[in-house]
Each structure stands twice: as structure tokens, then as C-alpha cells.
Design a protein around this ligand. Structure first.
Ligand code: PEP
Length: 251
């Protein structure tokens, strides 16, 4: 099974959202019901909201995803949530190795690859995040860093599977800064080359999302750039109107 060429617009709510925030997700789903779009749309809320959000969005066009998972399916791992638990709660995707996980929780390419295997085991679609820091970009090491992360975080088991990679320059996340379109295209092109080389057809077709300060005003240009197969959206996914503005820009 391989991914389609439909763009994937995924919202990452991070550690934001209480039960009242389900209204924003519902507003997105209702707007898409009134005026459907051809793109795939997902919201990844905090773990506490996955089950209620899956219930609220049942039958809608909006998928629900997790933001992380543990490698093991069950057991004595206090505080962790397995991929199977995410799936059981109604998730169909999971964001893995987000830069905040790498930065604050010690995640590595190795742990990312293990989590990808866990996600596949549970039938979840992994969204594997990669991206360079500002220092790395200034040192001219962007392609080297991203290549290392893609090679290390995308294991061979992804061959034949549905997955996505998200290129998220760390310095662009939550800052309002974005790379130029040429820079985005250069990195996405490099990621495509690496994926195609190591993962055959799945690597040739997996969407490569761009993430980092995507908003309604810049989404159209970014989403039209070569090899940009969608967006991973943080802050602008918290409000239905902003998120819908990005979704509509993908058409
Ligand atoms: C993110 O953290 O995945 C992200 C892209 O955040 P923002 O859109 O707020 O920059």
C-alpha cells in the first residue's frame, strides 16, 4: 500500500487544549462538510483529547492523530502511551520525533526509528519530523543534518507503508520566520531523493510536509512549492478559521 498524492494538512496542538477546545475541531469538520476539500486533514490534540475528539469527528473528513508514542505495546512504563493505545482511542496517525521531543525529551534518530516501528505495528501512519537548528543552518549544515535525521529516523520497515515526513526547520517553529521557497524546495528535493533511494515506491510517494510558521497568508505559496505534500501546522491549527484558511489554500 502506498500513499496518495493528496496533500496532508495536519494540525499539531502540542500541549494546548481542554475539552472546550473540541469546538474548534468540530468547526473545522462542519466547514469541510459544507464545502468538502480534496486534501487530507488531521488534528493531533494532546493525548487527553484523542478519544473525545475522535468521537466528535466520527464520520467527518478530519482524522485524529497523536503527538508521540512509546515503543512498547504495554507494560510497566509509567506515564507512557503506546501506539496501540492511540489507535484504540481513535487515532489513525502519530507525529514522531518532533523537534520539541528531540530538544526537551532527548529523542534521537534511533528512538524515532523505534517509534516508527511501533506506529506501524499498531496500524498508525507515522509523520516523522526532521529539521535543522538555526546554528546548523548558519553553519551551512542543513542538508547534512536533515539527511542524517531522515536516514536514521525512517527505517526500512516503511517500505510499502503509508507515512509522511515533515520538514520543520527548528528556527521557523513558532517564530513567524520561514525559509525562502527556494530553500524549502531544496530541502524537500533532498528528502525526496533520500526516501526514494531507501524506501522504493513508498519513498517516492510519501508526502513531505513543510512545518514552521505556516499561516493562511503564506500557505498558498508554500503548498504550491515543488515536493511540498502538505503542512504540519502548530499555532495556526488551534483556531478553526486559521486552520481552514490553510486547508483552503492547499486546493
Ligand atoms: C510545529 O510545532 O509543528 C509547528 C509547525 O509550529 P508553528 O506552526 O506554530 O510554527
Amino acid at each position: 500500500m502506498t500513499t496518495s498524492r493528496r496533500k496532508l494538512i495536519a494540525g499539531n496542538w502540542k500541549m494546548n487544549g481542554l475539552k472546550a477546545s473540541l469546538a474548534e475541531a468540530l468547526a473545522v469538520a462542519e466547514a469541510l462538510e459544507r464545502q468538502p476539500c480534496t486534501e487530507r486533514v488531521a488534528i493531533c490534540p494532546p493525548a487527553t483529547l484523542i478519544a473525545p475528539m475522535a468521537q466528535v469527528l466520527q464520520g467527518s473528513q478530519v482524522q485524529v492523530g497523536g503527538q508521540n508514542c512509546y515503543t512498547q505495546p504495554m507494560g510497566a512504563f509509567t506515564g507512557e502511551i503506546s501506539a496501540e493505545m492511540l489507535a484504540d482511542a481513535g487515532a489513525s496517525l502519530v507525529i514522531l520525533a518532533h523537534s520539541e521531543r528531540r530538544q526537551f525529551f532527548g529523542e534521537t534518530d534511533e528512538s524515532a526509528a523505534e517509534k516508527v516501528r511501533a506506529a506501524l505495528r499498531a496500524g498508525l501512519e507515522p509523520i516523522v519530523c526532521v529539521g535543522e537548528t538555526l546554528d546548523e543552518r548558519r553553519a551551512g549544515r542543513t542538508l547534512e543534518i536533515v539527511a542524517r535525521q531522515v536516514r536514521g529516523s525512517c527505517p526500512p520497515e516503511l517500505r510499502g507503508c503509508v507515512f509522511a515526513v515533515a520538514y520543520e526547520p527548528v528556527w521557523a517553529i513558532g517564530t513567524g520566520l520561514t525559509p525562502t521557497l527556494e530553500e524549502i524546495e531544496q530541502v524537500h528535493g533532498a528528502i525526496r531523493g533520500l526516501l526514494a533511494e531507501s524506501l522504493a515506491e513508498a519513498g517516492r510517494t510519501a508526502p513531505i510536509l513543510y512545518g514552521g510558521s505556516v499561516k493562511p497568508s503564506n500557505a498558498r505559496d508554500i503548498l504550491a512549492a515543488s515536493e511540498v505534500g502538505g503542512a504540519l501546522v502548530g499555532g495556526a491549527s488551534l483556531k478553526a478559521d486559521d486552520f481552514l484558511g490553510i486547508i483552503r489554500a492547499a486546493a
